[in-house]
Design a protein around this ligand. Structure first.
Ligand code: WQD
Length: 360
């Protein structure tokens, strides 16, 4: 249920993987949602509507107010933001391919940083100071100790994407120190995977990917011959990289819990890990995927990927104690739900495929 008299939540990047799953949970909690997206990373159908958000409406039976809007277009952002009273903003919109961010750093800084600054300025002008920010465990860099707690040092980061998240967190620190009205929660995601159990929404598998789960499922679908496992010589239980994989639905409910925490108490700025607290290796994820789906995932061990860390998993106590939130879904459910989405939507939200390539 909604919190107090908060009714309307503004979601940036609402057509994205995590944004769309979060909107499902917001609608099912009784909130109204105003979503914006610039569609660089998602699909518009012939009727001009977002494919992902149409499916969100199908899942929930509720309507989403949606605007095609880029955070870099400040005038358009002011226009859509001022159409209604916004009680809180959840900011997902960003570009996040680690490898790509190293090739086009200025594009990443402009998109992620200027976009965030425009949003904050428009919020302030409208008198809205309630914000949940989508951050990432990548701000921790190489962990000094595990499980990783929120007071672990940040900033020692090996890629531009991660630095944009870190710089925005620092910016949020500075504005809350300068202006007491701001009330912000920054959520540091670990590795989001899985899909809504309906199989209607998920991570669009047709994009050039670096993340593990989409690759595993593309191999299982036969779209790729084998999985390259980057590194078999890490100091871990089986030599492959360890991560804290969290079901995207658990991640979404973590945002609803954060909204309630902001409503209940003026926090200024609080940071929370959103993870499961369990480290899972690449090989363990592959084997669980094969067991759960019955699909085969041939793989080959390759050299380590530049910039990769060997192990990262969350200390989850702070979110449990202060947000009353804990991840519930298992790695098996992550694999099962992702496979249902992928096998029923082999080309993601694109309904047809021309000569083997997804339509642009
Ligand atoms: C996971 C593991 C790889 C692909 C990502 C984002 C980061 C953050 C968390 C949002 C590693 C291995 C991968 C492959 C492999 N997300 N791997 N073969 O790098 O932990 O971080 O999620 O904020 O920004 O980059 O995720 O899925 O790329 O890698 O062996 O084809 O899988 O080496 O050990 P990562 P990932």
């Amino acid at each position: 249920m909604t919190t107090g008299d908060w009714k309307t939540i503004f979601v940036t990047g609402g057509a994205g993987y995590i944004g769309s799953h979060c909107i499902v949970e917001l609608l099912e909690s009784g909130y109204n949602v105003v979503a914006i997206d610039n569609f660089t990373n998602s699909v518009i159908e012939e009727d001009g509507k977002s494919a992902a958000l149409k499916r969100v409406e199908k899942i929930t039976g509720k309507k989403v107010t949606f605007h095609n809007c880029d955070l870099l277009d400040k005038e358009r952002l002011e226009e859509v933001f001022s159409k209604q009273k916004i009680d809180c903003v959840i900011h997902f919109a960003a570009i996040k391919a680690v490898g790509e961010s190293m090739q086009i750093p200025l594009h990443y800084y402009r998109n992620n940083m200027i976009g965030a600054i425009n949003l904050l300025e428009v919020m302030k002008a409208a008198g809205c100071f309630q914000l949940v920010f989508s951050s990432s465990c990548v701000v921790y860099g190489e962990p000094k100790s595990l499980p990783i707690t929120e007071d672990h040092p940040t900033g020692n980061i090996t890629n531009v994407y991660g630095r944009t998240k870190y710089f925005i967190e620092e910016m949020l620190n500075d504005i809350t120190a300068a202006e007491k009205n701001w009330n912000i929660i920054s959520l540091r995601y670990f590795n989001p995977v899985g899909a809504h159990p309906s199989g209607l929404i998920g991570e669009d598998p047709t994009k050039k990917y670096t993340n593990l789960m989409p690759y595993i499922s593309q191999v299982a679908m036969g779209f790729k011959p084998e999985l390259s496992i980057f590194g078999g010589d890490y100091p871990t239980k089986d030599g492959t990289g360890i991560r804290d994989y969290i079901h995207v639905v658990d991640l979404a409910t973590g945002h609803v819990a954060a909204l309630s925490a902001l409503y209940r108490k003026h926090l200024r700025l609080r940071v929370y890990n959103l993870g499961t607290g369990k480290g899972v290796s690449v090989l363990e994820l592959v084997r669980t995927f094969e067991k759960v789906t019955g699909a085969s995932v041939p793989y080959v061990i390759k050299n380590r990927r530049e910039g990769d860390i060997s192990a990262m998993y969350a200390d989850t106590r702070l979110a449990e104690e202060e947000l009353g939130w804990k991840a519930k879904l298992t790695v098996e459910q992550m694999c099962r739900d992702f496979w249902r989405w992928q096998s029923t939507n082999p080309h993601g939200y694109r309904s047809s495929v021309k000569n083997g390539n997804s339509e642009k």
